[in-house]
Design a protein around this ligand. Structure first.
Ligand code: BGC
Length: 267
């Protein structure tokens, strides 16, 4: 199937983890993909190579999403290469974990600036182009689609990770507010909220048998997620199959948000 044929997709933070799977899944559906990276150039080029090997189209573009000038430069390069944008996946994100009393202001700001500020800059630049261009009906019913990569921690509080949880909680209302604002232009805005997905960001949580056992207690469905679980959902949210889905958060977490501690009914 080529559900995203002729569409241009920008995936931020696409040189690792969930971003790689999303970039590949969108490309497999016919999208021309911009693989954004901040510092991992060779990894990004590897993703481009793998997409091309499957017959897809991709380029790698560098930008730190929290740097306004760098993002604007990246958008200009994307427009030069592919002409426009149809799909933005605001995926770039990071953790800098510490208990509150040990957390530096720098680590607070870094996580908020990248996870939340970066999505603001990219969403603004994409929305400007979506509004300028409008709907091209051969491509999609919508003038553009924005997908945020949130987290179960946009609703599950997370001790020791308060900067990260604050960035994702903030993302939830940012997403909903711009969904309200942009609907009139036929721009669809949604979030994916992954649970524990096996990627470098949470290596500690799955690397040892002991850690895995502890983690699985939080996942009713009994397995740790893989990036492809998220890639498939991103394709659906980017495609016209989800044309009536707007302002939603799709939790993809094997049931992590079901309060598994209450599973026995004893309270
Ligand atoms: C975090 C991971 C964590 C998962 C579930 C994600 O948003 O980045 O480190 O394993 O949430 O707690």
């Amino acid at each position: 199937m080529q559900r995203l044929k002729n569409q241009v997709a920008l995936v931020t933070g696409a040189s690792s983890g969930i971003g790689i799977a999303v970039a590949k899944a969108l490309a497999a559906e016919g999208a021309q993909v911009v693989v954004n990276y901040r510092s991992s150039k060779s990894e990004a080029l590897q993703v481009v190579e793998e997409i091309e090997a499957e017959g897809g189209v991709a380029i790698a573009l560098q930008a730190d999403v929290s740097d306004e000038n760098a993002v604007q430069q990246m958008f200009a390069e994307m427009f030069a290469a592919f002409g426009t944008i149809d799909i933005l996946v605001n995926n770039a994100g990071m953790q800098k974990d510490a208990n509150l009393v040990d957390m530096s202001l720098a680590d607070w700001q870094k996580v908020i600036n990248v996870n939340l500020g970066g999505t603001f800059i990219c969403a603004r630049e994409a929305a400007k182009e979506f509004i300028r261009r409008g709907v091209i009906s051969e491509r999609s019913c919508a003038a553009g689609k924005i997908i945020f990569m949130s987290s179960v921690h946009d609703i599950i509080p997370w001790a020791g990770h308060s900067n990260y949880a604050a960035s994702k909680g903030g993302m939830k209302l940012f997403m909903q507010s711009i969904a309200q604002e942009l609907a009139q232009y036929k721009i669809r805005v949604n979030s994916i909220a992954p649970g524990a997905i096996k990627t470098p960001i949470n290596r500690e949580a799955w690397e040892t048998a002991e850690a895995r056992e502890k983690l699985l207690k939080l996942i009713p469905y009994g397995r740790i997620g893989v990036p492809e679980d998220i890639g498939k959902a991103a394709v659906w949210l980017a495609s016209d199959d989800s044309d009536y889905v707007h302002g939603e958060t799709l939790y993809i977490d094997g049931g992590m948000t079901l309060y598994p501690g209450f599973a026995t009914g004893e309270g």
